[in-house]
Design a protein around this ligand. Structure first.
Ligand SMILES: [Zn+2]
Length: 252
């Protein structure tokens, strides 16, 4: 058994028994870790901070190899991210980031993934209501890219034609990218013009850019891409965000 201390972000928390919790952290040094935190519920007063979901801090753990559930000694919170809980869209975006990481990450040391989670949650916390959907999309797309599943957006997924200007194609989900007009005769995915292509590129890179104009369509593209390439079932949090949003306004 090893005693370790590492930076960590809390992705999910379940009550266990009367006084304990099972906490699921993404840690900087040990990847995804589930830990039993004994006697943490109902603690208050000096030396004990409440452990809120999406908080970042330093966790001390007793790690045993080949164990699914580890034992937590202490979690000292440095960033609470209260702003996430204040808005249902921000909270759902953070939940989508957590859901994808919990479904896909492992115990490997991935500082780049830790950084992508942190930055996604920070961006969501400070997003205003107009930017909320964009922040959720960019947070989840960036995690997708860091996990190694980047869609092909700059060249046609079938013939490698370089997209340079106003080309319109379709998203070819089974193939994993955008097919040019010529190659997309038998492609069922949504039509992607130059504007949407640029927006998806920015989202995948985790850049916010301008607020996107068709968040529901973007969510559908992200959900379908994930379902084909990354996860075995659709992310519930993305489906929830889809239902929260008003219909996209079609521009003339
Ligand atoms: Zn092509």
């Amino acid at each position: 058994m090893a005693f370790v201390t590492t930076a960590a972000v809390l992705l999910r928390s379940h009550d266990y028994g009367d006084t304990s919790k099972i906490l699921r952290f993404y840690t900087k040094d040990h990847g995804l870790v589930s830990a039993m935190a004994k006697g943490v519920r109902g603690r208050s007063g000096r030396g004990h901070t409440a452990i809120g979901t999406f908080a970042t801090g330093t966790v001390s753990l007793y790690l045993k190899d080949h164990r699914d559930l580890q034992t937590m000694k202490d979690f000292s919170c440095t960033r609470i991210r209260e702003g996430l809980a204040a808005d249902v869209l921000r909270f759902s975006g953070a939940s989508a980031v957590a859901e994808l990481v919990l479904m896909h990450a492992d115990q490997g040391c991935r500082p780049d993934l830790f950084e992508a989670i942190e930055s996604g949650l920070d961006t969501l916390e400070s997003a205003d209501s107009a930017q909320g959907p964009t922040a959720a999309l960019s947070g989840v797309w960036r995690i997708t890219r860091v996990l190694g599943f980047e869609p092909q957006l700059e060249t046609c997924i079938r013939c490698e034609l370089q997209f340079t200007g106003d080309e319109v194609g379709r998203f070819d989900f089974p193939a994993g990218g955008i097919a040019c007009l010529e190659c997309s005769q038998n492609v069922d995915g949504p039509q992607i013009g130059p504007g949407a292509r640029l927006q998806i590129t920015q989202l995948v890179q985790g850049r916010l850019g301008d607020t996107i104009d068709h968040p529901k369509k973007h969510l559908a593209v992200l959900s379908q891409f994930l379902s084909y390439h990354v996860v075995s079932r659709p992310l519930k949090s993305l489906e929830f965000i889809q239902r929260l949003l008003p219909e996209d306004i079609e521009q003339q």
